[in-house]
Design a protein around this ligand. Structure first.
Ligand SMILES: [Ca+2]
Ligand SMILES: [Ca+2]
Ligand SMILES: [Ca+2]
Length: 455
Protein backbone atom coordinates (compact mmCIF):
# COMPACT_ATOMS: atom_id res chain seq x y z
CA UNK A 1 0.00 0.00 0.00
CA UNK A 2 2.92 2.38 0.51
CA UNK A 3 3.00 3.35 -3.15
CA UNK A 4 -0.55 4.64 -3.06
CA UNK A 5 -1.10 8.39 -2.87
CA UNK A 6 -3.60 9.52 -0.26
CA UNK A 7 -6.07 10.55 -2.94
CA UNK A 8 -6.47 6.91 -3.78
CA UNK A 9 -8.83 6.70 -0.80
CA UNK A 10 -11.31 8.50 -3.01
CA UNK A 11 -10.88 6.17 -5.93
CA UNK A 12 -12.60 2.83 -6.05
CA UNK A 13 -10.46 1.83 -9.01
CA UNK A 14 -7.22 2.45 -7.17
CA UNK A 15 -8.30 0.82 -3.96
CA UNK A 16 -9.32 -2.23 -5.94
CA UNK A 17 -5.99 -2.18 -7.74
CA UNK A 18 -4.00 -1.96 -4.52
CA UNK A 19 -6.07 -4.74 -3.01
CA UNK A 20 -5.29 -6.92 -5.98
CA UNK A 21 -1.59 -6.06 -5.70
CA UNK A 22 -1.54 -6.97 -2.02
CA UNK A 23 -3.12 -10.27 -2.85
CA UNK A 24 -0.77 -10.94 -5.73
CA UNK A 25 1.29 -13.51 -3.86
CA UNK A 26 -1.78 -15.48 -2.86
CA UNK A 27 -3.38 -15.59 -6.27
CA UNK A 28 -4.04 -18.96 -7.80
CA UNK A 29 -1.68 -19.77 -10.61
CA UNK A 30 -3.45 -19.22 -13.89
CA UNK A 31 -3.44 -17.02 -16.92
CA UNK A 32 -2.59 -13.43 -15.99
CA UNK A 33 -4.63 -10.54 -17.40
CA UNK A 34 -1.59 -9.79 -19.54
CA UNK A 35 -2.05 -13.09 -21.37
CA UNK A 36 -5.60 -12.28 -22.38
CA UNK A 37 -5.35 -8.67 -23.50
CA UNK A 38 -4.81 -7.53 -27.03
CA UNK A 39 -2.30 -4.79 -27.80
CA UNK A 40 -0.79 -4.09 -31.20
CA UNK A 41 2.99 -4.38 -31.47
CA UNK A 42 5.11 -3.83 -34.60
CA UNK A 43 5.71 -7.06 -36.46
CA UNK A 44 3.07 -8.94 -34.47
CA UNK A 45 -0.18 -7.24 -35.42
CA UNK A 46 -0.46 -7.79 -39.17
CA UNK A 47 -0.60 -5.22 -41.92
CA UNK A 48 -2.78 -2.18 -42.54
CA UNK A 49 -5.76 -2.88 -44.81
CA UNK A 50 -4.84 -0.33 -47.49
CA UNK A 51 -1.12 -1.28 -47.69
CA UNK A 52 0.05 2.35 -47.65
CA UNK A 53 3.59 3.12 -48.74
CA UNK A 54 5.16 6.42 -47.72
CA UNK A 55 8.30 8.54 -47.73
CA UNK A 56 9.29 11.96 -46.44
CA UNK A 57 9.78 14.86 -48.82
CA UNK A 58 11.69 17.86 -47.54
CA UNK A 59 9.65 21.07 -47.37
CA UNK A 60 12.28 23.30 -45.78
CA UNK A 61 15.44 23.05 -43.72
CA UNK A 62 17.08 25.90 -41.82
CA UNK A 63 14.90 25.43 -38.75
CA UNK A 64 16.08 25.60 -35.14
CA UNK A 65 15.01 22.46 -33.23
CA UNK A 66 11.51 22.32 -34.79
CA UNK A 67 9.25 20.38 -32.42
CA UNK A 68 5.78 20.94 -33.83
CA UNK A 69 3.88 21.91 -36.96
CA UNK A 70 0.48 23.58 -36.80
CA UNK A 71 -2.21 24.90 -39.10
CA UNK A 72 -4.38 27.94 -38.40
CA UNK A 73 -7.25 26.26 -40.34
CA UNK A 74 -8.10 29.70 -41.75
CA UNK A 75 -7.92 28.77 -45.47
CA UNK A 76 -4.62 30.59 -45.94
CA UNK A 77 -2.69 27.34 -46.35
CA UNK A 78 0.04 28.58 -44.00
CA UNK A 79 1.96 26.13 -41.86
CA UNK A 80 3.43 27.25 -38.55
CA UNK A 81 6.59 25.54 -37.36
CA UNK A 82 7.32 25.70 -33.63
CA UNK A 83 11.02 26.09 -32.85
CA UNK A 84 12.04 24.99 -29.39
CA UNK A 85 13.92 28.17 -28.46
CA UNK A 86 10.69 30.18 -28.59
CA UNK A 87 10.16 31.18 -32.21
CA UNK A 88 7.37 30.24 -34.64
CA UNK A 89 8.14 30.35 -38.36
CA UNK A 90 5.60 30.45 -41.20
CA UNK A 91 5.86 28.24 -44.26
CA UNK A 92 3.81 29.72 -47.08
CA UNK A 93 3.61 28.12 -50.54
CA UNK A 94 6.39 25.75 -49.57
CA UNK A 95 8.92 28.34 -48.46
CA UNK A 96 9.99 29.79 -45.16
CA UNK A 97 8.83 33.36 -44.46
CA UNK A 98 11.78 35.44 -43.25
CA UNK A 99 9.94 37.29 -40.47
CA UNK A 100 8.89 35.03 -37.57
CA UNK A 101 5.19 34.79 -36.71
CA UNK A 102 6.14 34.91 -33.09
CA UNK A 103 9.38 35.37 -31.13
CA UNK A 104 9.16 34.92 -27.37
CA UNK A 105 12.68 33.50 -27.08
CA UNK A 106 13.50 36.12 -24.41
CA UNK A 107 11.10 34.42 -21.96
CA UNK A 108 11.42 30.77 -23.07
CA UNK A 109 13.80 28.44 -21.22
CA UNK A 110 15.27 25.86 -23.65
CA UNK A 111 18.28 24.62 -21.65
CA UNK A 112 17.10 21.02 -21.18
CA UNK A 113 16.06 19.06 -24.27
CA UNK A 114 12.49 18.57 -22.99
CA UNK A 115 12.08 22.29 -22.29
CA UNK A 116 11.33 25.20 -24.57
CA UNK A 117 8.32 26.29 -26.60
CA UNK A 118 6.23 23.11 -26.92
CA UNK A 119 3.30 24.06 -29.10
CA UNK A 120 0.96 26.76 -30.27
CA UNK A 121 -2.72 26.32 -31.14
CA UNK A 122 -5.11 28.59 -32.95
CA UNK A 123 -8.52 29.31 -31.42
CA UNK A 124 -11.32 27.58 -33.39
CA UNK A 125 -12.62 31.07 -34.20
CA UNK A 126 -9.12 32.43 -34.95
CA UNK A 127 -10.29 34.04 -38.19
CA UNK A 128 -12.47 36.40 -36.13
CA UNK A 129 -10.67 36.79 -32.80
CA UNK A 130 -6.99 36.28 -33.75
CA UNK A 131 -6.24 34.27 -30.60
CA UNK A 132 -3.19 31.97 -30.48
CA UNK A 133 -2.26 29.88 -27.42
CA UNK A 134 1.34 29.03 -26.58
CA UNK A 135 2.67 26.48 -24.07
CA UNK A 136 6.30 26.87 -22.94
CA UNK A 137 8.88 26.60 -20.16
CA UNK A 138 9.33 30.11 -18.82
CA UNK A 139 12.69 31.61 -17.88
CA UNK A 140 11.83 33.76 -14.85
CA UNK A 141 9.90 30.93 -13.24
CA UNK A 142 12.81 28.54 -13.80
CA UNK A 143 11.04 26.37 -16.35
CA UNK A 144 7.52 26.32 -14.96
CA UNK A 145 4.97 25.73 -17.71
CA UNK A 146 2.98 28.70 -18.87
CA UNK A 147 0.04 28.72 -21.23
CA UNK A 148 -0.33 32.21 -22.65
CA UNK A 149 -2.76 33.64 -25.15
CA UNK A 150 -1.51 36.02 -27.82
CA UNK A 151 -3.47 37.95 -30.42
CA UNK A 152 -2.45 38.32 -34.03
CA UNK A 153 -1.34 41.82 -35.01
CA UNK A 154 -3.93 44.11 -36.55
CA UNK A 155 -1.21 45.27 -38.96
CA UNK A 156 -0.03 41.87 -40.21
CA UNK A 157 -1.68 38.44 -40.32
CA UNK A 158 1.84 36.97 -40.29
CA UNK A 159 2.77 38.31 -36.86
CA UNK A 160 1.40 38.20 -33.35
CA UNK A 161 1.16 41.40 -31.34
CA UNK A 162 3.92 40.93 -28.71
CA UNK A 163 2.04 43.25 -26.32
CA UNK A 164 -1.09 41.10 -26.40
CA UNK A 165 -0.11 38.37 -23.91
CA UNK A 166 -2.68 37.08 -21.43
CA UNK A 167 -1.72 34.37 -18.92
CA UNK A 168 -4.12 31.42 -19.05
CA UNK A 169 -2.45 28.84 -16.79
CA UNK A 170 0.77 28.17 -14.88
CA UNK A 171 1.88 24.66 -13.92
CA UNK A 172 4.75 24.36 -11.43
CA UNK A 173 7.52 22.11 -12.74
CA UNK A 174 9.58 20.46 -10.00
CA UNK A 175 12.03 18.94 -12.52
CA UNK A 176 13.18 19.90 -16.00
CA UNK A 177 11.88 16.75 -17.72
CA UNK A 178 8.40 15.35 -18.51
CA UNK A 179 6.62 18.60 -19.27
CA UNK A 180 4.15 17.23 -21.80
CA UNK A 181 3.51 20.29 -23.85
CA UNK A 182 0.99 19.50 -26.58
CA UNK A 183 -2.07 21.72 -26.96
CA UNK A 184 -5.12 20.97 -29.10
CA UNK A 185 -8.63 22.26 -29.44
CA UNK A 186 -11.01 19.34 -29.41
CA UNK A 187 -14.06 19.01 -31.66
CA UNK A 188 -15.96 20.31 -28.60
CA UNK A 189 -14.12 23.65 -28.79
CA UNK A 190 -12.31 23.11 -25.49
CA UNK A 191 -8.54 23.43 -25.09
CA UNK A 192 -6.78 20.17 -24.22
CA UNK A 193 -3.36 20.36 -22.56
CA UNK A 194 -0.80 17.56 -22.19
CA UNK A 195 0.95 17.66 -18.81
CA UNK A 196 3.78 15.33 -17.75
CA UNK A 197 4.25 13.81 -14.32
CA UNK A 198 6.66 16.54 -13.16
CA UNK A 199 9.80 14.65 -13.95
CA UNK A 200 12.79 12.82 -12.52
CA UNK A 201 12.13 9.09 -13.03
CA UNK A 202 9.58 6.69 -11.56
CA UNK A 203 7.03 9.44 -10.82
CA UNK A 204 8.42 10.28 -7.34
CA UNK A 205 5.47 12.62 -6.68
CA UNK A 206 2.97 9.86 -7.62
CA UNK A 207 1.51 12.61 -9.79
CA UNK A 208 0.02 10.30 -12.40
CA UNK A 209 -2.50 8.90 -9.93
CA UNK A 210 -2.85 12.04 -7.76
CA UNK A 211 -6.01 13.86 -8.76
CA UNK A 212 -5.03 16.92 -6.71
CA UNK A 213 -2.23 17.93 -9.11
CA UNK A 214 -2.31 19.05 -12.73
CA UNK A 215 0.85 17.02 -13.37
CA UNK A 216 0.57 13.67 -15.17
CA UNK A 217 -2.73 14.54 -16.84
CA UNK A 218 -4.62 15.46 -19.91
CA UNK A 219 -6.42 18.71 -19.03
CA UNK A 220 -9.52 20.22 -20.64
CA UNK A 221 -10.49 23.86 -20.17
CA UNK A 222 -12.91 26.38 -21.64
CA UNK A 223 -11.01 29.50 -22.76
CA UNK A 224 -14.15 31.30 -23.92
CA UNK A 225 -14.73 33.43 -20.85
CA UNK A 226 -15.63 37.13 -20.89
CA UNK A 227 -12.58 39.39 -21.24
CA UNK A 228 -13.41 41.14 -17.96
CA UNK A 229 -13.78 37.87 -16.04
CA UNK A 230 -11.46 37.34 -13.07
CA UNK A 231 -10.86 33.81 -14.41
CA UNK A 232 -8.69 33.14 -17.43
CA UNK A 233 -10.65 29.99 -18.19
CA UNK A 234 -13.73 28.09 -17.05
CA UNK A 235 -14.27 24.42 -16.26
CA UNK A 236 -16.51 22.61 -18.74
CA UNK A 237 -19.51 21.39 -16.74
CA UNK A 238 -19.06 17.84 -18.04
CA UNK A 239 -15.41 17.47 -17.03
CA UNK A 240 -15.22 14.20 -15.06
CA UNK A 241 -14.12 15.85 -11.80
CA UNK A 242 -16.01 19.12 -12.21
CA UNK A 243 -18.57 18.17 -9.61
CA UNK A 244 -17.66 19.43 -6.15
CA UNK A 245 -19.33 17.93 -3.10
CA UNK A 246 -21.52 20.06 -0.88
CA UNK A 247 -22.99 18.96 2.44
CA UNK A 248 -26.45 19.66 1.10
CA UNK A 249 -25.81 17.00 -1.52
CA UNK A 250 -25.35 14.23 1.03
CA UNK A 251 -28.96 13.25 0.62
CA UNK A 252 -30.79 12.30 -2.50
CA UNK A 253 -27.87 11.47 -4.74
CA UNK A 254 -27.11 8.10 -6.19
CA UNK A 255 -24.20 5.81 -5.39
CA UNK A 256 -22.89 6.48 -8.89
CA UNK A 257 -22.92 10.20 -8.20
CA UNK A 258 -21.10 9.66 -4.90
CA UNK A 259 -18.45 7.71 -6.78
CA UNK A 260 -17.81 10.71 -9.00
CA UNK A 261 -17.15 13.12 -6.12
CA UNK A 262 -13.45 13.62 -5.42
CA UNK A 263 -13.14 16.63 -3.16
CA UNK A 264 -9.41 17.06 -3.78
CA UNK A 265 -9.51 16.54 -7.54
CA UNK A 266 -8.55 19.38 -9.87
CA UNK A 267 -11.58 20.03 -12.07
CA UNK A 268 -9.35 20.75 -15.09
CA UNK A 269 -8.51 17.03 -15.32
CA UNK A 270 -9.89 15.17 -18.33
CA UNK A 271 -7.77 11.99 -18.07
CA UNK A 272 -4.97 10.87 -15.75
CA UNK A 273 -2.28 8.25 -15.17
CA UNK A 274 0.09 9.77 -17.74
CA UNK A 275 3.89 10.02 -17.61
CA UNK A 276 4.76 12.33 -20.46
CA UNK A 277 2.15 12.94 -23.17
CA UNK A 278 4.58 14.90 -25.36
CA UNK A 279 2.18 14.64 -28.32
CA UNK A 280 -1.51 13.93 -28.78
CA UNK A 281 -3.71 14.41 -31.83
CA UNK A 282 -7.41 14.43 -32.59
CA UNK A 283 -8.61 12.76 -35.77
CA UNK A 284 -10.06 15.76 -37.65
CA UNK A 285 -12.86 13.66 -39.14
CA UNK A 286 -13.90 11.30 -36.35
CA UNK A 287 -12.95 13.29 -33.23
CA UNK A 288 -11.10 10.27 -31.83
CA UNK A 289 -7.99 11.12 -29.81
CA UNK A 290 -4.56 9.46 -29.88
CA UNK A 291 -2.19 10.09 -26.98
CA UNK A 292 1.45 9.13 -27.57
CA UNK A 293 2.81 8.48 -24.09
CA UNK A 294 6.58 8.50 -23.60
CA UNK A 295 7.58 5.59 -21.37
CA UNK A 296 10.43 4.90 -19.00
CA UNK A 297 13.38 2.89 -20.35
CA UNK A 298 11.37 -0.12 -21.60
CA UNK A 299 8.06 0.54 -23.35
CA UNK A 300 6.45 3.31 -25.44
CA UNK A 301 2.69 3.38 -25.82
CA UNK A 302 -0.21 4.87 -27.74
CA UNK A 303 -3.57 5.37 -26.08
CA UNK A 304 -6.80 5.64 -28.03
CA UNK A 305 -9.72 7.65 -26.69
CA UNK A 306 -12.89 7.36 -28.78
CA UNK A 307 -14.75 10.55 -29.68
CA UNK A 308 -17.66 9.63 -27.40
CA UNK A 309 -15.43 9.36 -24.31
CA UNK A 310 -16.85 10.95 -21.17
CA UNK A 311 -13.33 11.56 -19.83
CA UNK A 312 -11.93 10.30 -16.54
CA UNK A 313 -9.74 7.60 -18.12
CA UNK A 314 -6.84 6.36 -16.01
CA UNK A 315 -3.99 5.49 -18.37
CA UNK A 316 -2.19 3.52 -15.72
CA UNK A 317 1.07 5.32 -14.89
CA UNK A 318 2.82 4.62 -12.58
CA UNK A 319 1.21 1.23 -11.91
CA UNK A 320 1.83 0.19 -15.49
CA UNK A 321 4.08 1.01 -18.43
CA UNK A 322 2.26 0.04 -21.58
CA UNK A 323 0.73 -3.34 -20.72
CA UNK A 324 3.59 -4.18 -18.33
CA UNK A 325 4.04 -3.89 -14.59
CA UNK A 326 5.92 -0.96 -13.13
CA UNK A 327 8.52 -1.49 -11.84
CA UNK A 328 9.29 -3.78 -14.77
CA UNK A 329 10.83 -6.41 -12.48
CA UNK A 330 7.41 -7.12 -10.94
CA UNK A 331 6.12 -10.27 -12.55
CA UNK A 332 2.56 -9.85 -11.42
CA UNK A 333 0.49 -6.76 -10.92
CA UNK A 334 -3.08 -5.65 -11.25
CA UNK A 335 -4.52 -4.27 -14.43
CA UNK A 336 -5.15 -0.59 -13.79
CA UNK A 337 -7.23 1.67 -15.95
CA UNK A 338 -7.29 1.82 -19.72
CA UNK A 339 -4.56 -0.07 -21.56
CA UNK A 340 -2.86 1.31 -24.66
CA UNK A 341 -3.91 0.04 -28.08
CA UNK A 342 -0.28 -0.11 -29.28
CA UNK A 343 3.16 -0.34 -27.74
CA UNK A 344 6.79 -0.99 -28.70
CA UNK A 345 9.87 -1.76 -26.68
CA UNK A 346 13.22 0.00 -26.45
CA UNK A 347 14.85 -2.45 -28.84
CA UNK A 348 12.91 -0.45 -31.43
CA UNK A 349 13.35 3.09 -30.16
CA UNK A 350 13.44 5.34 -27.11
CA UNK A 351 10.66 7.96 -27.17
CA UNK A 352 7.39 7.85 -29.06
CA UNK A 353 6.56 10.95 -31.10
CA UNK A 354 2.89 11.18 -32.10
CA UNK A 355 2.57 12.65 -35.60
CA UNK A 356 -1.14 12.86 -36.41
CA UNK A 357 -3.96 11.29 -38.42
CA UNK A 358 -3.73 11.49 -42.20
CA UNK A 359 -6.70 12.67 -44.25
CA UNK A 360 -4.85 14.23 -47.19
CA UNK A 361 -6.52 12.13 -49.87
CA UNK A 362 -3.33 11.68 -51.92
CA UNK A 363 -1.70 8.62 -50.36
CA UNK A 364 -3.46 5.39 -51.16
CA UNK A 365 -4.49 3.38 -48.13
CA UNK A 366 -3.46 6.02 -45.57
CA UNK A 367 -6.77 7.81 -44.98
CA UNK A 368 -7.63 7.73 -41.28
CA UNK A 369 -4.34 6.11 -40.29
CA UNK A 370 -2.60 7.57 -37.24
CA UNK A 371 1.17 7.88 -37.61
CA UNK A 372 3.70 7.74 -34.79
CA UNK A 373 7.47 7.77 -34.95
CA UNK A 374 10.44 7.36 -32.70
CA UNK A 375 12.87 10.10 -31.71
CA UNK A 376 15.92 7.82 -31.59
CA UNK A 377 15.18 5.23 -34.28
CA UNK A 378 13.43 7.41 -36.87
CA UNK A 379 10.96 4.61 -37.59
CA UNK A 380 7.44 5.69 -38.56
CA UNK A 381 4.55 3.33 -37.84
CA UNK A 382 0.93 3.43 -38.92
CA UNK A 383 -1.88 2.60 -36.49
CA UNK A 384 -5.41 1.72 -37.53
CA UNK A 385 -7.97 -1.03 -37.18
CA UNK A 386 -7.50 -3.99 -39.45
CA UNK A 387 -10.10 -5.99 -41.31
CA UNK A 388 -11.03 -7.97 -38.19
CA UNK A 389 -11.35 -4.69 -36.23
CA UNK A 390 -8.18 -5.47 -34.25
CA UNK A 391 -5.58 -2.71 -33.99
CA UNK A 392 -2.69 -2.96 -36.42
CA UNK A 393 0.60 -1.16 -35.71
CA UNK A 394 2.81 -1.51 -38.75
CA UNK A 395 6.19 -0.09 -39.67
CA UNK A 396 5.83 2.14 -42.73
CA UNK A 397 9.21 3.84 -43.00
CA UNK A 398 12.73 3.84 -41.63
CA UNK A 399 13.19 7.58 -42.07
CA UNK A 400 16.71 7.83 -40.72
CA UNK A 401 15.92 11.23 -39.17
CA UNK A 402 15.47 12.27 -35.58
CA UNK A 403 11.70 12.82 -35.33
CA UNK A 404 10.47 15.55 -32.99
CA UNK A 405 6.87 16.39 -33.88
CA UNK A 406 4.10 16.29 -36.42
CA UNK A 407 0.78 17.78 -37.45
CA UNK A 408 -1.62 18.28 -40.33
CA UNK A 409 -2.47 21.17 -42.61
CA UNK A 410 -6.05 22.26 -43.18
CA UNK A 411 -6.46 19.64 -45.92
CA UNK A 412 -5.37 16.75 -43.69
CA UNK A 413 -1.89 16.35 -45.23
CA UNK A 414 0.67 15.25 -42.68
CA UNK A 415 3.97 16.95 -41.88
CA UNK A 416 6.73 15.96 -39.49
CA UNK A 417 9.68 17.81 -38.02
CA UNK A 418 13.14 16.48 -37.32
CA UNK A 419 15.98 17.97 -35.34
CA UNK A 420 19.61 17.27 -34.58
CA UNK A 421 19.04 17.78 -30.88
CA UNK A 422 20.31 15.67 -28.02
CA UNK A 423 20.30 15.38 -24.25
CA UNK A 424 23.23 17.31 -22.81
CA UNK A 425 22.96 20.14 -25.31
CA UNK A 426 24.11 22.31 -26.92
CA UNK A 427 21.49 25.06 -27.00
CA UNK A 428 18.99 24.89 -29.87
CA UNK A 429 20.68 27.72 -31.78
CA UNK A 430 23.97 25.79 -31.77
CA UNK A 431 22.50 22.52 -33.08
CA UNK A 432 22.68 21.65 -36.78
CA UNK A 433 19.48 22.90 -38.50
CA UNK A 434 16.27 20.91 -38.32
CA UNK A 435 13.86 20.10 -41.13
CA UNK A 436 10.16 20.14 -41.99
CA UNK A 437 9.05 17.15 -44.07
CA UNK A 438 5.80 16.25 -45.77
CA UNK A 439 4.59 12.66 -45.64
CA UNK A 440 4.03 11.67 -49.28
CA UNK A 441 3.39 8.49 -51.24
CA UNK A 442 6.54 6.46 -51.84
CA UNK A 443 7.97 6.78 -55.31
CA UNK A 444 10.62 4.20 -56.09
CA UNK A 445 12.51 6.47 -58.50
CA UNK A 446 13.74 9.29 -56.31
CA UNK A 447 13.84 7.93 -52.80
CA UNK A 448 17.20 7.39 -51.19
CA UNK A 449 17.91 4.51 -48.87
CA UNK A 450 16.47 6.38 -45.89
CA UNK A 451 13.16 6.98 -47.61
CA UNK A 452 13.68 10.73 -47.56
CA UNK A 453 13.90 12.95 -50.62
CA UNK A 454 15.30 16.43 -51.04
CA UNK A 455 13.11 18.93 -52.83
CA1 LIG B 1 -1.11 20.87 -31.11
CA1 LIG C 1 8.92 18.79 -15.37
CA1 LIG D 1 -0.34 3.73 -19.81
Amino acid sequence: MQRLPSIALFSAVLVAAAHAQDQGADQQAGPSWQDTISVARPGESGTLPGSPSIELREVTGDLIDPVNVVSAKDDTGRLFVVERHGVVRIVENGSLVEQPFMDISDIVLPYFLEQGLYDIEFHPDFENNGYVYAHFAETLRNGDSLIVRYTVSSDSPNQIDPESSKLIMQIDQPWANHNGGELAFGPDGYLYIGSGDGGWEGDPLEAGQDLSTLLGKLLRIDVDVPEDSYQAYAIPADNPFARQAGIVELFGITEEEFAQIHTEARPEIWAYGLRNPWKFHFDSETGDLYVAEVGQNHWEEINFQPADSQGGENYGWDFLMGTHCFPIEEEECAQVGVLPVAEYDHEQGCSVIGLGVYHGGEIEGLDGVYLAGDYCAGTIWGLARGEDDQWVFQELLASGVQLAGGGTDEDGNLYVTSCSCNYGGPLPQENPPGTLWQVVAASDQDSDTNGTTQQ
